[in-house]
Design a protein around this ligand. Structure first.
Ligand code: TXA
Ligand code: MG
Length: 324
């Protein structure tokens, strides 16, 4: 288990290299410690979910160092730009439409058409992201179900054996997660209260923030109406693809049907399967077929979250139920 590293130019450079190479680095921010991975690399992002032991894919916050960089990843309207200019760097996360061609892994936003972005003010977080030269996906660096860590020792206790490097920046000053505002609908929405005061936001926007009931925060993104769900039906645990279906394989299980076939991981690697899941579903769905048959996915490790997402995608959706 890695001992937390004290901060020097060398340890920052080592951590930055680790991120570029697909590793996991826990680092301090002004709010709480984050568990970072390269947001452009689906396998690296899948490792975050594996390390946290989450049974579901929850969308993650992407950390960058400037508004200019953020604008290459997400669409900023005037309101978004106003908030970014007023409160970045700082403990504000904006949920915005993803920019096409951003290069972000689909797993970062758990298949949603939106992405959460934040520009931290903590100098160590900034130095690390700058040195890595990539956007860094990072949830709080705790095990699923535990509280967010505000000291390197908390991270070590929760995730010690599962992260490559822990940067020790001392205790976090805010000790409370960032405030999350969604600018994806007409009214700006407060998705999570946090270290940035609601009044400050409303002042800057010159309008009150609508609030979502706690239950509507996408703890389970697949349940959200706005969440990407394939138009096609899904047939799970399929041994093989039937004629007219497209087949999503795993491991040695290949489709024998005609038409498109993709394999989540020919090697039967769950990390690779998680990294491919959302983009492959989307790709097969655009083939316009009625049914996507999906090979059985093992239930252990990341397989739990993959199967959860597949079951949600396979469940009848309200629109379908209504029209039937
Ligand atoms: O202060 C913080 O925000 C810390 C530090 C490390 O930056 N990060 C953090 O991340 O608290 P996490 O993953 O523990 O919480 C992120 C929250 C989740 O509740 C997630 O559902 C929400 O952000 N979220 C992320 N992307 C979203 C999206 N596209 N739409 C709606 N909610 C989103
Ligand atoms: Mg968290």
């Amino acid at each position: 288990m890695p001992d937390p590293l004290t901060i020097t130019p060398e340890t920052i450079e080592r951590a930055a290299r680790c991120l570029r190479e697909g590793g996991l680095v826990a680092f301090p921010t002004e709010t709480v410690y984050g568990l970072g991975a390269n947001a452009l690399d689906g396998r690296a992002v899948a490792r975050i979910f594996e390390a946290k032991g989450r049974p579901r894919f929850n969308p993650l916050i992407v950390h960058v160092t400037s508004l200019a960089e953020a604008e290459t990843l997400a669409f900023f309207d005037e309101r978004a730009r106003k908030l970014a200019k007023a409160f970045w760097p700082g403990p504000l996360t904006l949920v915005l439409p993803r920019e096409a061609g951003s290069g972000l892994s689909d797993l970062v936003s758990a298949g949603l058409p939106t992405v959460a972005i934040r520009v931290p003010s903590h100098p160590i977080a900034r130095d690390l992201i700058t040195a890595a030269g990539i956007p860094v996906a990072a949830p709080s660096a705790n095990l699923s179900g535990r509280v967010s860590p505000t000291q390197a020792a908390h991270v070590a206790a929760d995730l010690g054996g599962k992260v490559d490097i822990i940067l020790d920046g001392g205790p976090c000053t805010a000790g409370l997660e960032s405030t999350i505002v969604a600018l994806t609908a007409d009214a700006p929405l407060l998705l999570r209260t946090g270290a940035l005061d609601r009044a400050a936001l409303e002042n800057a926007l010159n309008q009150p923030l609508a609030e979502k009931p706690q239950s509507a925060i996408p703890q389970a993104p697949g349940m959200l109406a706005s969440h990407y769900a394939p138009r096609a039906r899904l047939r799970l645990n399929a041994e093989t693809g039937a004629p007219g279906e497209v087949f999503l394989g795993f491991g040695a299980r290949e489709g024998t049907g005609r038409g498109t076939t993709l394999n989540l991981s020919e090697r039967g690697d769950l990390l690779e399967a998680a990294a491919n899941l959302f983009s492959f579903l989307r790709e097969l769905d655009t083939a316009g077929v009625e049914t996507i048959s999906v090979a059985p996915i093992p239930a252990h490790g990341l397989g739990e979250a993959i199967n959860d997402r597949l079951r949600r995608a396979a469940a009848p959706r309200p629109e379908q139920t209504r029209s039937e």
